[in-house]
Design a protein around this ligand. Structure first.
Ligand SMILES: *[C@@H]1O[C@H](CO)[C@@H](O)[C@H](O)[C@H]1NC(C)=O
Ligand SMILES: *[C@@H]1O[C@H](CO)[C@@H](O)[C@H](O)[C@H]1NC(C)=O
Ligand SMILES: *[C@@H]1O[C@H](CO)[C@@H](O)[C@H](O)[C@H]1NC(C)=O
Length: 485
């Protein structure tokens, strides 16, 4: 009897589990819908986090931003390379600057396959004109206001700031800027052109396929490296009394053929300007793609010590850190680093820079109190407790949303064109036994305190229909800053 009832129980049991299985199958949520729900939840939670705080108690913050600007000519990178007849190369190769078409192809290949952002100076004017002429003839080419400073200025004005912009522009360039932007600098006839070679993830060129969407930038700029708006900018700054002073665009000096001490003189002037700015003004320096070691060292000695805040991407962080530790610069790093890796690098950079500051007894400079790193998959911010920077959680959410808005080219985020590529949970450090934090849909920005600072990490809703990657870092950094001043 016992045996029988238990076997019939087994029978009914398996019948029921089969029934449950069939019902679950019939009424299941398809995996796509589940993913969509998750994206919708993360999106609405990020939007809530972004709008949780207002800006500067309702008053328009004042922001001064230097230096330079250009017009960007944006083209599909692969189309341009093909049209130039550059279809195959022996091997990808890094070049500090570009002298001929073969070097261009090698350098493009070097960054295209991993999908790392990069920017190089073209020494050869003939080659550069050929590139511009060919780009003009490509279908789908676009012109846009470019350069770190004008892009950050545009974003800040859009977010409700009054901006003083340092750059020398042509009259029609100045005309398209927001009415909340006042320009300090000279008037030039012809603005410099920067060529933006965009490519989507999975694009193929020759034997190479890009791992992620990004851009390769070339220019042959001979105004911007001289920071020629600096004098006028410094003068207007005296009466402007900004809440925030932002420095970017210095990569125009990278590998530029300056005469003897020209570069150091320019950066010393900049250092004087920064160190004489009021303690009420926060100073932010936006890093960029640098490979000129001499320039990087000047930046480390003259600019970085005068900044309270730094912004950079996943390539620029290991590059700066490596140089600070006395090693070579790093030209190419993992374009999709893990959260733990980036946070460890941020902690180290923060510690090393502040140790340098503390050890320098007569240092006139500033302590680093804010560090923002933007990557494809997530945004990470580190802010000293009790410092001037407010609303770190909301600022991280805003930076994350801006990444999608910029790359998709629309202020409204469509979850159908977005993907979360950050893992469901992340370790806060690569040290063994480190805490893991789960990504919660309803509270996607994770914030916690460590030694004297707060860290916030937010996932990015990575845009899958790329409109433009160039200028992303500038829009993202600017968006993060506006909520913190
Ligand atoms: C500069 O570029 C032009 C056009 O591609 C090329 O003919 C010339 O050889 C290059 N000059 C140098 C010095 O490489
Ligand atoms: C690294 O630095 C050493 C010594 O300064 C130099 O010889 C070497 O070429 C550098 N390597 C790279 C990849 O720049
Ligand atoms: C990024 O900044 C530029 C320049 O201000 C602007 O034209 C562009 O629309 C911005 N991107 C987004 C998504 O707002």
């Amino acid at each position: 009897m016992e045996g029988l009832s238990s076997s019939s129980f087994v029978k009914y049991g398996s019948f029921f589990s089969l029934l449950v299985f069939v019902l679950a199958y019939l009424f299941r949520t398809p995996p796509d819908a589940m993913l969509h729900d998750r994206l919708d939840n993360v999106l609405s939670s990020l939007l809530r986090a972004e709008s949780k705080v207002g800006m500067n108690n309702g008053a328009r913050p004042k922001v001064a931003i230097g230096f330079g600007g250009c017009v960007d000519l944006i083209v599909d990178g692969v189309s341009l390379m093909n049209k130039m007849g550059l279809t195959t190369i022996d091997q990808p190769l890094h070049h500090d600057y570009i002298e001929n078409a073969q070097q261009l192809a090698q350098s493009f290949a070097y960054f295209f396959a991993p999908g790392a952002a990069s920017e190089r100076f073209v020494m050869n004017k003939t080659l550069f004109s050929e590139l511009v002429e060919t780009s003009r003839g490509l279908p789908g080419n676009r012109w846009a206001v470019g350069g770190n400073a004008p892009v950050m200025a545009g974003r800040m004005a859009k977010e409700g700031c009054d901006v003083l912009l340092g750059g020398s522009f042509s009259p029609d360039f100045t005309e398209v800027l927001s009415q909340h932007i006042m320009v300090a600098g000279n008037v030039v006839e012809e603005p410099d052109i920067h060529l933006i070679l965009e490519y989507p993830a999975g694009a193929s060129w020759g034997d190479y396929t890009s791992r992620r969407a990004n851009r390769y930038i070339v220019h042959s700029d001979d105004h911007n490296p001289y920071l020629d708006s600096m004098e006028d900018f410094a003068e207007k700054l005296q009466d402007f009394h900004p809440d925030l002073l932002v420095v970017g665009g210095l990569q125009m000096m990278d590998n530029f053929p300056f005469k003897s001490d020209e570069r150091e003189d320019l950066l010393s002037h900049l250092a004087d300007m920064l160190s004489s700015s009021s303690a009420q003004t926060g100073v932010h320096f936006e890093m960029a793609s640098f490979v000129d070691e001499g320039l990087m060292k000047d930046l480390l000695n003259l600019v970085v010590p005068n900044a309270d805040s730094l912004g950079m991407n996943e390539q620029e962080l290991p590059n700066l850190l490596s140089l600070l530790k006395g090693s070579n610069i790093t030209v190419l790093s993992d374009p999709n680093p893990r959260v733990a890796t980036v946070l460890d690098q941020m902690r180290e950079l923060y510690r090393l820079l502040n140790r340098r500051h503390d050890e320098d007894a007569d240092a006139a400079g500033r302590r680093l109190t804010r560090l923002h790193v933007h990557t494809l998959a997530f945004q990470a911010m580190m802010v000293e407790r009790g410092s001037r920077w407010k609303n770190t959680m909301s600022a991280t959410a805003k930076a994350s949303l801006t990444a999608n808005r910029h790359v998709c080219g629309s202020p409204d985020i469509d979850p159908g064109k977005a993907r979360l590529i950050m893992d469901d949970s992340f370790s806060i450090s690569r040290r063994e036994g480190s805490q893991r934090i789960a990504l919660e849909e309803s509270r996607p920005v994770s914030c916690w305190h460590e030694d004297g600072y707060q860290i916030c990490v937010a996932p990015v809703l990575v845009c899958t229909e790329v409109y433009q990657t160039a200028g992303g870092g500038d829009n993202i950094s600017a968006a993060g800053l506006v909520l913190q001043i």
